[in-house]
Design a protein around this ligand. Sequence first.
Ligand code: DQA
Length: 145
Amino acid sequence: MTTVLVLNGPNLSRLGSREPDVYGSQDLDALRSVLVADAADRATIDLRQTDDEAELIHWLHEAVDSSTPVILNPAAFTHYSYGLRDAAALVTKAGIPLVEVHISNPHARETFRHTSVISGIATGVIAGFGFDSYRLALRAVIGLN
Ligand code: DQA
């Protein structure tokens, strides 16, 4: 069965209590449950979170080596991490889908959030739909109806 890596960057371990007016009141375990249910028997969901840029980069290398599609919420790294961008480019240049997702709509927030250094090399970008951003990305990646 296909595995989908769902990678989450810094501070997303705090979902549920972090700015619930922006990110909602559900945590990462709830997100995992929703995606596992959506994927059913069509894909295995491997959801991870790290505050560590190097670890996130290594996970993208792993995706390249195993040809695993990626749903990536780079969180604050979105806005400035060229190292993460280069690692994400390795994924898409290998022909492996990588969908950038955001729970909020960064373009409707502070100016520094309007720049994504990831979007230019992502297969696609979905933002502003809460956890449904991930669910839509999963549909895009494994073609759910
Ligand atoms: C985020 C948006 C980023 O600007 C922010 O730094 C995050 C979460 C989102 O999912 O809406 O940590 O990626």
